[in-house]
Design a protein around this ligand. Structure first.
Ligand code: AKG
Length: 214
């Protein structure tokens, strides 16, 4: 296990994973602390947070965090999402058009190791996650081989940029943790390809076996 920045808040960019695109990079201090705190309070107050349910071992359970999602061209986009999007677009150099938000209310909230679904995304466009509020640890692990788990502490105002390619090779997650100092928000900016997204949805609803070919 490798832990980055567990105790010290070192404002050093870290290249965590290398690949043919931009790999996975941790960029601390991308937003000044006062701005990060103001955005945290605004997003917490202005966003309507939803509680989702999912099936686990044939039982329906609460997803252990609150979530929200916006297209960045939505006319009723709550403050401060447009300002944050503009900042993150210029940091990552990508024309993000969608943001998924997670609210981790305390150390019991989490997201299991996973890769982002790529089918509805613009190919080769990165995903950038802005952290606000309490610091939480992200685990990053290669899907194959005996690779170590990388642990990176995501401080408020930091951005982690993950390549499209890395979603095929690595999983990332936010584990439950003791001693977390309050809620955390993550704003995950993505480039959604609406045509690919609609094809994916259409295919998902097609019957697997057609009547003429049972
Ligand atoms: O909260 C984070 O930093 C990770 C969020 C995440 O993995 C996701 O939205 O898919």
């Amino acid at each position: 296990m490798v832990v980055f920045q567990s105790d010290l808040f070192e404002a050093t960019p870290l290249a965590l994973v290398d690949d043919a695109e931009s790999g996975i990079r941790y960029l601390p201090d991308m937003v000044p602390q006062a701005t990060a705190q103001a955005w945290f309070e605004l997003a917490l107050a202005n966003v309507t947070w939803g509680n989702q349910r999912r099936l686990m071992y044939e039982r329906e359970v609460d997803v252990p965090r609150l979530m929200a999602h916006f297209s960045l061209d939505a006319p009723d986009l709550p403050e401060p999402l447009m300002e944050a999007a503009e900042q993150v677009r210029s940091i990552a150099g990508a024309p993000f058009n969608s943001v998924g938000l997670n609210l981790y209310r305390d150390g019991n909230d989490s997201v299991a190791p996973h890769n982002d679904k790529t089918q509805g995304l613009v190919q080769k466009a990165p995903i950038a996650i802005l952290s606000l509020g309490a610091t939480r640890r992200m685990t990053i692990r290669a899907k194959s081989g005996k690779g170590r788990t990388l642990n990176v502490d995501l401080h408020p105002g930091s951005v982690i940029v993950m390549s499209y390619a890395s979603q095929f090779t690595h999983n990332h997650g936010i584990p439950k943790m003791c001693g977390v100092e309050g809620p955390r928000l993550s704003l995950a900016f993505r480039c959604v390809d609406l045509q690919r997204l609609h094809t994916r949805v259409k295919n998902a609803t097609k019957p697997l076996v057609s009547a003429s070919n049972p």
